[in-house]
Write a protein that binds this ligand. Structure first.
Ligand code: C2E
Ligand code: MG
Ligand code: MG
Ligand code: MG
Length: 277
């Protein structure tokens, strides 16, 4: 009986697995050339400084409008792009487009000259071509000052390759580009990384911020991350601020910057420019 059930169970699983694999394969095919067809675009989410509430920059977030399925969640297609290697083609396009847009902001208003654009770089991009050379070329091409470009890497992208990655990051930082560790706190070994990998700051993962007003453990961890970062001389951005109370608390705890739906949703470049005006 169990054997039969097991067999059916296996068959059921293999069918479900096939469907999942098939979906990924189809997504990969659809994603190929999506940038060239104009289906991919960037949304910008404003980042604010907490002490004086000023707008200081924006994070570039990739958006995919599929011709049939509409908006596809980045969590889904970024993973497919990463696994398939398509990110090696898309990543440089994102970098160039973000730097061009940020160069445009600078011309919008005198105050916008100080704004930075923050670009997510995946593990695969970090291991593929020469990121530092690529970044230098894009900065030269677009005329964006290096200090106005921030690069976000996740802890997991850095793991296992610290020696090479820290050399690369040192080169980026020497040219003036700022480097951030994204989703900080979710990777278990954050502290040891900060010793070996030179960064300008950390972005506290939004899973810590979500319950920071109710959960004493999340508050303790958030407070500890801020204190630790500051004692190392680096800055802190809080992600996922959805309520005024979270903003007030983070500000009171000395967090440097914040982004989140309460402060501003990711928006198209035209809309972000209106925010500057
Ligand atoms: P991330 O870099 O941690 O980006 C922050 C994510 O949090 C974004 O999700 C943003 O829309 C979302 N978010 C911002 N504020 C709030 C809030 O108040 N509440 C909640 N619940 N969420 C908020 P998104 O745009 O879906 O992107 C997901 C992830 O996909 C990003 O996480 C990043 O890891 C990746 N990604 C996005 N664009 C790119 C890209 O151009 N290149 C690469 N390599 N990865 C990207
Ligand atoms: Mg990010
Ligand atoms: Mg993040
Ligand atoms: Mg994330």
């Amino acid at each position: 009986q169990a054997k039969v059930a097991g067999k059916n169970c296996y068959r059921f699983y293999s069918r479900v697995m096939d469907q999942a694999v098939e979906r990924r394969v189809r997504m990969e095919q659809d994603l190929r050339g999506a940038w060239e067809r104009g289906e991919l675009s960037l949304a910008y989410q404003p980042v604010y400084r907490l002490d004086d509430g000023r707008l200081v920059g924006a994070e570039a977030l990739l958006r995919w409008r599929h011709p049939e399925h509409g908006h596809v969640a980045p969590a889904l297609f970024i993973d497919v792009a990463e696994q398939s290697g398509l990110i090696e083609a898309i990543g440089p396009q994102v970098l160039r487009a973000a730097c061009m847009d940020a160069r445009g902001w600078q011309e919008e208003a005198p105050a916008a000259r100080q704004l930075f654009v923050s670009v997510n770089v995946s593990a695969r991009q970090l291991r593929a071509g020469d990121l530092a050379t690529q970044v230098e070329a894009v900065l030269r091409e677009t005329g964006l000052p290096p200090s106005r470009l921030h690069v976000e890497l996740t802890e997991t992208a850095v793991i296992g390759d610290e020696a090479r990655v820290s050399g690369l990051l040192a080169r980026l930082r020497n040219s003036g580009v700022k480097v951030w560790l994204d989703d900080f706190g979710t990777g278990f070994s954050g502290l040891s990384h900060l010793r070996r990998v030179p960064v300008d700051g950390v972005k506290i993962d939004r899973s810590f911020i979500a319950d920071v007003l109710r959960d004493p453990d999340d508050l303790a961890l958030t407070t500890a991350i801020i204190a630790m970062a500051h004692s190392l001389g680096i800055q802190v951005v809080a992600e996922g601020v959805e309520k005024e109370g979270q903003y007030a608390l983070l500000r009171e705890r000395g967090c440097d910057m914040a982004q989140g739906y309460w402060l501003g949703q990711p928006m198209p470049d035209e809309e972000f420019r209106r925010l500057l005006a």
